[in-house]
Design a protein around this ligand. Sequence first.
Ligand code: FES
Ligand code: FES
Length: 203
Amino acid sequence: MAKKDDEGDRKGVTRRGFLQIMGAGAVVSAAVTGADAKPAASIAEPAEMAKIRLLVNGRHHRLLVEPRWSLLFVLRERLGLTGTKIGCERGECGACTVLINGQPRYACMTLALEAEGQEITTLEELMKGEGLGPVQQAFLEHDAFQCGYCTPGQIMATEGLLRSNPNPSFEEIRHGVSGNLCRCGTYEHIFRAVRRAAELRRG
Ligand code: FES
Ligand code: FES
């Protein structure tokens, strides 16, 4: 549980400050795992590219994509939305979680082509201008991260859970974030943060 003395400071953390905290964790984790390494892939001929339109965080984007590109790759490398993290890239860790039509999904396991016509929400959308949204605020208040690499995915899973179930039980919280691994083992803090996020969202 976060100490009361810390809470005042944390309530004053801005969007920029929060992203810097997350970014620092990301650098450490990437250095350890090499997770941000880009695939050594040949470039497709223009004729092989597909024209798609993606609706991301309320904005329409027209893109040329290779049919094999994941939504994760397109979000980060074509749209610059690096709040969505690269972890295992095989549907095991949840670092890449985004919302598709309000439901948590692994962006690494979703082709960009499949996401056309769907409503995609990323971490960046949950900010309130320069301030934090309720889920980020709750994670900060409860120290629900150490290195921070899994945190964007945990936050998106929490957001998806609370959109469908605004007042989850403890078991529902455990189940709701069970697809998101935390190698630092901060699960107890994450569960408390989800409960607090539910309170903040309900007002
Ligand atoms: S990066 Fe691990 S599930 Fe997508
Ligand atoms: S805080 Fe380090 S992996 Fe979750």
